[in-house]
Design a protein around this ligand. Structure first.
Ligand code: ATP
Ligand code: MG
Length: 425
């Protein structure tokens, strides 16, 4: 029979065991920082009704127009989509379970998202986002809190990013700006590319977000939304800026920052790094007061952000280096037979004391056991030799110090009952 070679799907990555330590560092750090601001975890399914995203993200967006993995459920004909982002799903869940009925909610999530994009560095078809959503807060207090949280996360991970802020104002202000924009773009119709022409009357704001270099100059001179903001929106932005300044967070105002998604108002922000080439945005977020009502809930203000985990992890690797973690603290070698039983018993006792232990399995050649012990990067090796075990003893050898440097100390003979005391503290 001919062998079939089945490979993974393009743009969807395997996380190999050697990458686990850096992923865990990212996830653990993000989780504990979110918890330190009182955010609680929320998990929603990876599949949702397609309508959730077409309504919640907006028809004229990159995501809905060309990036969604959508299909019809062959069992019942339902239109389903693999989630391309999680804000809409969190909002769907909050409405369905009446989460904001009694009190506002501070929520975080982590998980895979799916977008059918052209795979390249920092841009994948399955990628992961860590995000927070604060539902039921008028802001800008929680907006500032989210910026403090993200800033703290970069510090904890040892990376640097710059913050860009903008305000999208309120609906009427965007409407007035939109008219001015359309008029301006119509005047420069000869420079507009196909995408821009298509969006001219549906979503002209998105043209500001263009990555086409030939349109940059024209777009730079386009009417700025900031100039259309009324008193209230300006006061909101001023408060936000004052709060961010008071925390000592550097930022710049980028009037062209509009974000890819349609449902944002007031605060929008991005954290950007120059170290990842053109995929430099590691976090995007903002306020989306209209969304909850748009999706059928009671009007509820909300703000959130999403961090691209793959991009942040690449940045951590680039700045702080890879994270190396030993597979275990103690590696236990033995010679088979009753020494193997003793090894397993010692292993359980050490695990009771909180140690991570590998009990050797497979060949009992001394050389191959020591090779495995060394590869595991364990600090200690316990050797259960037959003669010693018969005397109720084992040998203990220090392989590495706490910093992972190799040690060449002599092995010591230790009574089996004393082993847990040796490591137990
Ligand atoms: P971009 O302009 O880079 O396409 P976006 O506006 O589509 O980004 P958001 O929807 O705001 O991105 O998602 C938030 C974050 O998730 C991004 O800032 C980025 O870090 C990450 N992200 C988005 N799409 C991808 C992807 N295809 N692969 C990896 N990370 C991604
Ligand atoms: Mg995108």
């Amino acid at each position: 029979m001919a062998k079939v070679k089945i490979v993974g799907i393009k743009g969807m990555n395997d996380m190999l065991p050697e990458d686990a330590a850096i992923w865990e560092k990212f996830e653990d750090t993000a989780r504990s920082i979110a918890a330190s601001y009182g955010y609680r975890q929320i998990r929603t399914p990876i599949l949702e009704a397609t309508q959730l995203f077409t309504r919640g993200i907006g028809e004229v967006t990159d995501i809905v127009e060309k990036e969604m993995y959508s299909f019809t459920d062959s069992m019942n004909g339902e239109a389903l989509t693999l989630r391309p982002e999680n804000t809409s799903a969190v909002v769907r869940c909050a409405i369905e379970h009446n989460l904001t009925y009694n009190a506002p909610q501070r929520l975080w999530y982590f998980g895979p998202m799916f977008r059918h994009e052209r795979p390249q560095r920092g841009r994948y078809r399955q990628f992961h986002q860590f995000g927070c959503e604060a539902l039921g807060f008028n802001g800008p207090d929680v907006d500032i809190e989210l910026l403090a949280m993200t800033s703290r996360l970069w510090k904890a991970l040892g990376i640097e990013a710059r913050l860009e802020l903008n305000s999208l104002g309120a609906l009427e202000e965007r409407a007035a700006h939109r008219e001015a924009l359309i008029a301006y773009f119509e005047k420069h119709a000869d420079i507009l590319d196909e995408d821009a022409k298509r969006r001219l009357h549906t979503n002209p704001l998105r043209i500001l977000d263009t990555k086409n270099p030939e349109m940059q100059e024209m777009v730079n001179a386009a009417p700025k939304l900031l100039d259309f903001l009324g008193e209230e929106s300006l006061a909101f932005l001023a408060k936000l800026e004052a709060g961010v300044q008071a925390l000592g967070i550097n930022y710049s105002i980028n009037p062209r920052l509009v974000r890819g998604l349609d449902y944002y108002n007031h605060t929008v922000f991005e954290w950007i790094t120059d170290k990842l080439g053109s995929q430099g945005t590691i976090c995007g977020g903002g306020r989306y007061d209209p969304l909850i009502e748009m999706l059928g809930g009671r009007p509820t203000p909300a703000v959130g952000f999403a961090i691209g985990a793959e991009r942040v992890i690449e940045l951590v690797r680039e700045t702080a280096g890879d994270v190396v973690k030993a597979d275990c603290d103690v590696y236990i070698a033995h010679q088979g037979g009753h020494t193997e039983m003793v090894a397993r018993q010692i292993g359980e006792k050490l695990r009771d004391c909180g140690k991570r232990v590998i009990v050797h399995a497979g060949s009992t050649s001394f050389k191959s056991m020591m090779k495995r012990a060394d590869q595991s990067l364990a600090q200690w090796c316990v050797i259960c030799g037959e003669g010693e075990v018969n005397e109720n003893c084992v040998s203990v050898k220090r392989l590495r110090d706490a910093a992972g440097n190799q040690q060449f100390a002599e092995q010591m003979k230790v009574e089996i009952d004393q082993v847990t005391e040796l490591f137990g503290q």
